[in-house]
Design a protein around this ligand. Structure first.
Ligand SMILES: CC(C)(COP(=O)(O)OP(=O)(O)OC[C@H]1O[C@@H](n2cnc3c(N)ncnc32)[C@H](O)[C@@H]1OP(=O)(O)O)[C@@H](O)C(=O)NCCC(=O)NCCS
Length: 115
């Protein structure tokens, strides 16, 4: 995994097939002790291989140890079944629903986790 840091975000890329190709990414913004997962995505031909959970785990570990975050949060589409399943498996719990949060009109579900 490659870790490119900026002041407010972390980008992880996972190499596949021995090459430095992008398999997925996870951006986190660290603010006031909370790591907000801004984006998580995995290449369609690499899904269900553990890439997403590995990226999320690395981002949360980095938030905890480097940025001293005590919690993590995110907003996910209520229709994002695979993502919600991944986050629940990672220990996130469902919170408030935010109506029409996304540009396409979909509701968002807030999810949080202690680190
Ligand atoms: C959601 C996403 C990041 C998951 O990445 P992934 O690399 O396929 O996930 P993993 O292989 O690490 O899966 C970890 C666990 O999450 C759950 N999960 C993942 N995809 C799932 C699916 N399609 N259906 C049900 N559960 C799923 C499972 O519990 C899985 O463990 P298992 O394979 O041992 O059963 C990926 O599907 C993706 O990029 N989707 C489009 C973008 C997106 O929705 N991003 C999230 C926005 S907040």
């Amino acid at each position: 995994m490659t870790d490119m840091r900026s002041k407010t975000s972390v980008l992880y890329t996972a190499a596949g097939d021995g090459e430095q190709t992008l398999s997925g990414y996870c951006f986190a913004r660290h603010r006031a002790g909370d790591a907000h997962i801004v984006a998580l995505g995995v290449r369609p031909d690499r899904i269900r291989l553990g890439v997403g959970s590995a990226l999320l785990s690395a981002a949360l570990q980095n938030a905890k140890t480097t940025h001293r975050c005590g919690s993590a949060s995110l907003l996910v589409s209520v229709n994002g079944g695979p993502a919600i399943a991944l986050y629940e498996r990672a220990g996130f719990t469902k919170g408030a629903r935010k109506p029409s949060y996304f540009a396409n009109g979909e509701d968002a579900l807030e999810m949080t986790k202690g680190l």
